[in-house]
Ligand binder design. Structure first.
Ligand SMILES: Cc1cc2nc3c(=O)[nH]c(=O)nc-3n(C[C@H](O)[C@H](O)[C@H](O)COP(=O)(O)OP(=O)(O)OC[C@H]3O[C@@H](n4cnc5c(N)ncnc54)[C@H](O)[C@@H]3O)c2cc1C
Length: 317
């Protein structure tokens, strides 16, 4: 079932969450356990992130430096299929531009289609660790917009090889990312919103937001989107704070602001457990307000450990 159909059929705010594939070498059991504890709260869908390969430079014993390409978290497609068939919950694999030619993308879409997966979240991906700015593959997409257009074309049966006969259309429901506090690379807020509208006009069916800790940012974002004619569902993304270090890392990685009150409360905490509990309470407060305002879904970033998400889900769903 498509994400947009889940939303249309619901008469309440739905629950969903995102998982990361395990690091290479780890097994899938940790993920299975994390998912199992959240199934009780009836998630409507589960996202599985995609991780681009990275280039690493390793010192060799003879003094030379070896350049190596590594994919630290492979397995998005396999995990997506395994989770969907094991749990019966719709999965939403993420698909990125980084590291993919258009041909690679088409082949990945064909795999997902044959696996019975018809929901996607389409994003550009960040610059690889070794690069300052995002660089697409020679024949890849520089922006998520191109990826949305390619998926939408495939939904109409238009493949890259336009000489294919009797080509079969796919039927993907397409999600894209939105930024209540602006994407870091956008020259300004209006252009970022316009770029988001272009993705929706090109066929995106819904938006999932970057995490935020002040609901006013989300409410304002929704108002601004509606004002320029973006009418698809806008799903808020939430990530409970779990460590003091995140006071620095979240703003620097995700380019978001943390409210003063939250920062002050985190600083007062005397242990890791206290911070984790505070993060849960802050998220519960955000969730209740978002539900009261009629948010279509609350989408949680689990980052691998779901005990805190379980506490939130227990309190609000
Ligand atoms: C919900 C969510 C899920 C995510 N999942 C993943 C994941 O699984 N894997 C991963 O690697 N990353 C993921 N990310 C991170 C994401 O890849 C980064 O935030 C990335 O920097 C931007 O992706 P995007 O799809 O928003 O890019 P885009 O929509 O391409 O936008 C990127 C920047 O380019 C600008 N822009 C867009 N179109 C144009 C244009 N035509 N001309 C000029 N400028 C333009 C935008 O304003 C923006 O500043 C996720 C982010 C979110 C919010």
């Amino acid at each position: 079932m498509k994400i947009t159909d889940h939303i249309k059929q619901a008469n309440k705010t739905l629950f969903s969450f995102e998982i990361l594939p395990p690091l290479k070498g780890e097994n899938i059991e940790h993920i299975n356990k994390n998912i199992a504890r959240l199934l009780e709260y009836k998630p409507s869908f589960i996202d599985v992130t995609y991780h681009q390969q990275e280039v690493e430079y390793r010192d060799l014993a003879d003094g030379r430096v070896e350049k190596k390409t590594v994919r630290k978290r492979p397995g998005t497609v396999g995990i997506s299929a395994a989770v969907q068939y094991k749990t019966g919950v719709n999965v939403v694999p993420h698909l990125i531009c980084g590291g993919f030619s258009k041909e690679d993308t088409e082949n990945a879409l064909i795999d997902l289609h044959f696996l019975g997966i018809d929901n996607l979240l389409v994003v550009r991906g960040d610059a690889a660790a070794s690069q300052r700015y995002f660089k697409p593959e020679a024949d890849g997409h520089p922006h998520a917009l191109g990826l949305v257009k390619q998926v939408n074309a495939l939904n109409k049966g238009i493949y890259l090889d336009n000489e294919l006969e009797n080509s079969h259309p796919t039927d993907f429901c397409i999600g894209v990312a939105g930024y209540p506090e602006k994407h870091s690379e956008a020259p300004n807020w209006q252009l970022d919103l316009k770029n988001l509208k272009d993705k929706v006009d090109a066929g995106a069916d819904y938006i999932v937001t970057q995490m935020f800790y002040d609901n006013k940012k989300y409410f304002n974002f929704v108002d601004e989107c509606r004002a320029i004619g973006i009418n698809v569902p806008i799903i808020p993304g939430l990530k409970p704070i779990a460590t003091k270090k995140q006071l620095m890392t979240l703003p620097s990685i995700f380019h978001i602001d943390l409210p003063t009150e939250l920062v002050n409360e985190v600083l007062k905490c005397k242990s890791r457990d206290e911070v984790r509990q505070l993060g849960v309470e802050w998220s519960i407060m955000q969730s209740k307000e978002l539900i009261a305002a009629g948010a279509p879904v609350l989408h949680f970033y689990t980052m691998g450990n779901s005990d805190n998400i379980e506490q939130i889900a227990k309190a609000v769903f």
